[in-house]
Design a protein around this ligand. Structure first.
Ligand SMILES: *Cc1c(COP(=O)(O)O)cnc(C)c1O
Length: 414
């Protein structure tokens, strides 16, 4: 027995699935097992996206083709330029960036370091980094390290944890001492969508740069980096871009800054002429200089097909489905799970909410463990949150209804 009237929730889900304009995309993914061990509901695509079927073929093709038989020649034939060509695809489809401003390589953490360090070095008279306490841990830790290394000060904004950083808060924090404002487009805990156009205007008025972390927005929320005037950005390719565990991150540097920024990990692959192997470092043209060492080609194989799929489905349709999915979750929580002590921590206003919903319950940790045991996969977030990630290309409403059902059953036992 559960407190959810199954028929209504599941009927509603069936109707929404039937009306889903991008439902075709779900068949492109590798199935989540069968029989007893099959995953009933995967609500963690915001942490590790599911693989596309085509990725399986591409990895095999790489092993038999470019790697297995073309061997070292593949560097000249395709891999040397891959960080930039794949970067341009991500830039064009996901980031709203004209060519020549995006590259792929390193982890998000390392790219954050490279771009933040470069931004801070730009103007030595500016000795403050502005960031907020709702940033993802790695972002905060990297900023701490860069501050220590450069003698900068971290100027913290403390947003409402159920919402996120606002333009007003940034306006109050920036000054002629600010080098850069580090902000997540979508907050990893609450799913708050920061108003990047406003934040960028405010930061620019103070002469500061903006570095946007798009890990939780890239592929589900329109970025429009070129039009909002964001200076720098990084993002993950293993979340909504389904690149696979450890797939490399992407970095964006607006054309106007490329010549003046000096990134700190100057390696041979970012050199103007890597194969001359000369005595000193000379940065390459454009985005080439932001590359450090040999790019992780195996980790890049899975990214391009999702970018193609995003283009095919359309970012607006993806965003619309994402909003419907998160709205479906919030409505169901309000009507069925609130009496069991579940609260909604994410923004209720659709346009301020990314593609996950964080709920709270005092026993979230135990509940989450039990959900995993029942093949319903969200993630637990300290101290009492459960994040329900909705990946519009792969998540069905039926899956979400199942998850909500199981959550109700588990809660009733607790
Ligand atoms: C997932 C995520 C990261 C992860 O960084 P890695 O270097 O890939 O481990 C960083 N920042 C944010 C906001 C994230 O959501």
């Amino acid at each position: 027995m559960t407190s959810i009237p199954h028929h209504t929730l599941h009927e509603q889900a069936a109707e929404l699935d039937a009306a889903d304009e991008i439902a075709f995309a779900r068949d492109r993914f590798v199935p989540m097992g069968d029989g007893e061990n099959a995953v009933q509901a995967y609500l963690d695509g915001n942490s590790l996206g599911r693989p596309l079927r085509s990725t399986q073929r591409r990895i095999n093709d790489l092993i038999e083709g470019a790697w297995g038989t073309r061997l070292i020649r593949s560097w000249d034939e395709q891999w040397m330029d891959l960080p930039l060509t794949l970067g341009d695809r991500i830039g064009s489809v996901v980031l709203g960036a004209a060519p020549g401003q995006t590259f792929v390589g390193d982890s998000t953490t390392v790219l954050l370091y490279k771009l933040l360090r470069a931004a801070v070095a730009l103007d030595p008279s500016r000795d403050e980094i502005v960031l907020d306490t709702e940033n993802f841990p790695t972002d905060r830790y990297v900023a701490e390290g860069v501050a220590a290394e450069t003698g900068s000060r971290l100027r913290w904004i403390e947003p409402d944890p159920a919402a996120g950083v606002t333009g007003e808060q940034v306006a109050a924090a920036v000054s002629e001492r600010t080098s850069v404002v580090l902000v997540s487009h979508v907050a990893y805990k609450s799913a708050w969508i920061a108003d990047l156009a406003e934040i960028t205007d405010v930061a620019h008025s103070a002469g500061a740069l903006v570095l946007s972390d798009t890990c939780h927005s890239g592929g589900v929320v329109r970025e429009d980096l070129d039009t909002t005037g964001v200076d720098l950005a990084v993002g993950c390719s293993y979340k909504f871009l389904n690149g696979g565990p450890g797939a490399p991150a992407y970095g964006y540097v607006a054309t106007r800054h490329q010549g003046r920024l000096q990134q700190p990990i100057q390696g041979w692959m970012g050199h103007a002429e890597p194969f001359v192997m000369g005595p000193g470092y000379r940065p390459g043209e454009g985005m080439r200089r932001f590359i450090s060492g040999t790019p992780p080609v195996l980790g890049m194989v899975g990214i391009a097909d999702t970018v193609d799929l995003i283009e095919e489905a359309g970012l607006d349709q993806i965003r619309a489905k994402s909003t419907d999915l998160t709205r479906f979750v919030i409505d169901a929580i309000d009507s069925h799970l609130a009496p069991l002590g579940v609260g909604v921590v994410s923004p209720r206003e659709d346009r301020r909410r990314g593609s996950h919903v964080t709920i709270s319950h005092p026993r979230s940790r135990e509940v989450c463990a039990e959900l995993w045991a029942r093949n319903v996969i969200p993630d637990f977030r300290e101290p009492d949150g459960i994040r329900l990630g909705l990946a519009p290309l792969s998540t069905s409403f039926a899956e979400v209804a199942t998850a909500l059902d199981v959550i109700a059953t588990v809660l009733e036992r607790h």
